[in-house]
Design a protein around this ligand. Structure first.
Ligand code: AVI
Length: 321
């Protein structure tokens, strides 16, 4: 028969996954093997990340929430009334509630996420809780140039919201490129951004090597995901989680370390691993208040205010565009 349903299904399945397959293949072909951390976040990985945020060792989430809560009046004073909020990489839309609760008559909220799966449901819950707010989710890759809905008449500032130190998962070049894009998009308004700070390496080490092993499971899920989606044959117990602070580069690095000499097959191609060889899965850059502000200036912003917790673990920046 001309129509081969199996081939069709396979093609359908393959289409949205081709990015992962292509990038994994390219990443495994380099001398230092690597894969982008964006592939952590399938359904299982997103659940593991939510658990990370609750861990006693993982201070960033609760510290940022504390700053956003305690400094809300000052933040609201910078933003002013009738603001339009644009969130880059909106997940479950929880942190923005802290902001919305503090603002006077916010007009519009545009959460942008690459995955539309949970976005619409989360938007609907927000509409219920904020009936006067126009919630307009956008499914898009915010690291690419994009066009926002045009500004409403009489609206206040357009404010970007980028919490969670997601900027730290970009390379320095990517971080600068993103900030330049954001600055252009937010001209006349500003960016409210949370970034993790340089600190005692022991605290950083603990945050990425938690006692319950949730971060290890999060890291190893990448191999399970590849097995599920790309039919690779990684043996998950053939690799271990490693995370350490690279002090000269001011970043946590996460790797998956091969426990023995072994080979993995992807798309009929064989990749041999030596014992101890690693796949570099994530960088999480840490900033100082000054280094972040300098980067922001380079991207075209005017740093206007910064809030931190008493222990200076985390920082929230108000950058005028
Ligand atoms: C999402 N991102 C800011 C987290 C971080 O800390 O870099 C991801 C993460 N990786 C391990 N634990 C958490």
């Amino acid at each position: 028969h001309a129509f081969n349903v199996h081939a069709f299904r396979a093609a359908q399945r393959a289409a949205p996954l081709s990015d992962f397959a292509r990038e994994l293949n390219a990443g495994l072909s380099q001398p230092q093997r690597s894969i982008s951390p964006k592939f952590f976040y399938d359904a299982a990985g997103s659940q593991l990340f939510d658990r990370i945020c609750e861990l006693p060792e993982y201070y960033p989430t609760r510290t940022e929430v504390r700053i956003l809560t305690e400094c809300a009046p000052e933040i609201a004073a910078q933003i002013g009334r009738d603001a339009e909020i644009v969130e880059f990489g909106a997940g479950s839309l929880t942190k923005v509630r802290l902001l919305l609760d503090a603002l006077e008559s916010p007009r519009r909220y545009v959460p942008i996420d690459i995955s539309g799966e949970h976005l619409e449901a989360a938007a609907e819950r927000l509409r219920t809780d904020y009936p006067r707010l126009a919630v307009q989710p956008m499914v898009a890759d915010y690291t690419m140039p994009l066009v926002l809905p045009s500004r409403e008449k009489g609206a206040g500032q357009r404010v970007g919201f980028f919490p969670g130190s997601t900027l730290g998962n970009f390379s320095p070049e990517e971080a600068l490129a993103f900030l330049q894009l954001a600055c252009r998009l937010l001209r006349g308004g500003g960016l409210l951004m949370g970034v993790d700070l340089v600190k005692d390496p022991a605290l950083l080490h603990a945050a990425y090597n938690d006692a319950q092993g949730v971060t290890a499971a999060f890291n190893l899920n990448l191999l399970r995901r590849a097995n599920r989606e790309l039919a690779t044959d990684f043996e998950p117990d053939g690799f271990t989680h490693a995370a350490f602070y690279n002090a000269p580069l001011q970043r946590i690095e996460m790797h998956l370390v091969s426990r023995r000499a072994q080979a993995v097959t992807l798309d009929g191609q064989r990749f041999a691993f030596d014992e101890g060889e690693t796949i570099h899965t994530e960088n999480s850059y840490k900033f100082t208040v000054d280094s972040l502000r300098a980067l922001a200036v380079e991207a075209g912003f005017r740093p206007a205010a910064v809030w931190t917790d008493p222990d200076r673990l985390f920082s929230v920046h108000w950058l005028q565009a």
